[in-house]
Design a protein around this ligand. Sequence first.
Ligand code: FAD
Ligand code: DHB
Length: 396
Amino acid sequence: MTKTIRTQVGIIGSGPAGLLLSHLLHQQGIETIILERQSREHVEGRIRAGVLEQGTAWLMREAGVNERLDREGLVHDGVSLAFGGRMERIDFKAHTGKGVIVYGQTEMTRDFIQARLDAGGSIEFEAPALAVEDYRTGSPRIVYQKNGETQELSCDFVAGCDGFHGVARESIPAEQLTLYEKVYPFAWLGILADVPPVNDELIYVNHERGFALCSMRSHTRSRYYIQCSFDDKVENWSDDAFWDELRCRLPPSAVEKLVTGQRLEMSITPLRGFVAEPMSFGKLFLAGDAAHIMPPTGAKGLNLAASDVFYLSRALIAYYAEKRTDLLDRYSETALRRVWGSIRFSLWYTGLLHKFGDDPFNHRLQMADLAYLTSSEAAGTAFAENYVGLPFEKFE
Ligand code: FAD
Ligand code: DHB
């Protein structure tokens, strides 16, 4: 016999999108259950994004999960761009009045899992969803597995927050989806190490050997990336080989300050742009990486997951408080406007900084673009406005 449990909003995935949605709904008295394929340890151990836009931090505050963020998050008011033997800073604060906050996705996930559990919330770990059914009708169901048994979660709505490889999007007939995709012929090799960062702020590097990025998680933990081939493997890289290649790409002032150390983690991230439209199908809504991913340059993936949840949470709250369905109807088109705005920036920024073969024409164009970006007030403002995050649209 299949066991069936019930909730108001069934959420697939305990990444940032699912956790934030669950907690925002809980605060309005809306009940959710999260189904997560992996164990809690696995989810809390994944190293991913590290830069929060102010809108994301604001949502965390609205959810009341901001104590550690406010204590440990590092506010950055600008970034540096290194190219052609120069290093220039773009001051976000001067251009937009805003900054960004360096706070690891890993920490955000840990904070939200704890907050959900402290509030009596339900997260079923090691419970992979297999399919979403009947989402066009009155009572959608998520079929999932727990302890080797097939079970069902019956709900009013399903939120597919299960990332790029999840099942929510796969439960939709292919002919009802329009997919847009751009795959890059390179990837990022990232290292995490307990060494002080090379600079107070991030440095994005365009170098003839390829892109590099100096980032951090705290004053004592650094995160560095270098562009590598799309088919490269972590096993091909020793710590020393990574640091040597990074040194080749950094400006001399940064090399002088570089402190190296043993890896805590090393991973390869492929670069891809992907959007699935629309983001809603009857009572099934996609949010975050389940609907779109972008190349990591500019750190938009996590922030876009948060902005989807901003719109989706408001739509669901309006439904439960006032039986309104107009916001649910507008969710997909509204979220997608911001998705395409962020994709546009991420792809442009990726194109500006990476090595695309040996085409000297392209390289000269990149240098001209970088020179313009770092000398024009208008170009600097446009960059800063996008980097700190496009505003959320009014949605009420
Ligand atoms: P996810 O964080 O992917 O969460 C989805 C959750 O659903 C996962 O916990 C998964 O286990 C679960 N799940 C999947 N399938 C099922 C199922 N069938 N049943 C139940 N649960 C399921 N962004 C940046 O901005 N900067 C970066 O440096 C950066 N680095 C990244 C590195 C990697 C390796 C990856 C994969 C992504 C990276 N991103 C980065 C992107 C950013 O981390 C994502 O945009 C963000 O995690 C999106 O959050 P999400 O909640 O939508 O999806
Ligand atoms: C990080 C990742 C990014 O993609 C980025 O643009 C900036 C920082 C990071 O992981 O720290």
